[in-house]
Design a protein around this ligand. Structure first.
Ligand code: AMP
Ligand code: ZN
Length: 102
């Protein structure tokens, strides 16, 4: 998807270090961290938000990725945030789940 920051990161048009990657999703450190560890887990498919999901399997895949990332990074206590819609604070219109941990 043109002009989508997360699609550009996936396609290596914007440099970013992947902390995790599988067939369905990838994860990066948030550029503006709001906790000691602030990771974004992002589906490879350009889905605008939770409201545009056509197959809920992606939700399972995203959470499986979160569990693997947390195990890898030793994160046991954490928050997960999903902002859906501009009015709710969604800035990047490509679905992502925030992991926040101290
Ligand atoms: P949201 O408000 O839920 O859409 O969150 C978007 C998040 O993406 C914010 O926390 C931003 O700091 C983060 N972000 C924006 N651009 C980048 C980038 N190039 N690399 C990493 N994180 C980014
Ligand atoms: Zn995108």
């Amino acid at each position: 998807m043109e002009n989508c920051i997360f699609c550009k990161i996936l396609n290596k048009q914007i440099p970013s270090e992947f902390v995790y990657e599988d067939d369905y999703c990838f994860a990066i450190n948030d550029i503006n961290p709001k906790a000691n560890k602030h990771i974004l887990v992002i589906p490879k498919e350009h889905i605008e938000s939770l409201n545009e999901i056509s197959d809920t399997k992606i939700i399972q895949k995203l959470f499986e990725a979160i569990f693997k990332i947390n195990e890898k990074l030793g994160i046991k206590a954490y928050q997960t945030h999903i902002n859906t819609g501009k009015e709710a604070g969604q800035e990047v219109m490509h679905l992502h789940i925030h992991i926040l941990a101290d």
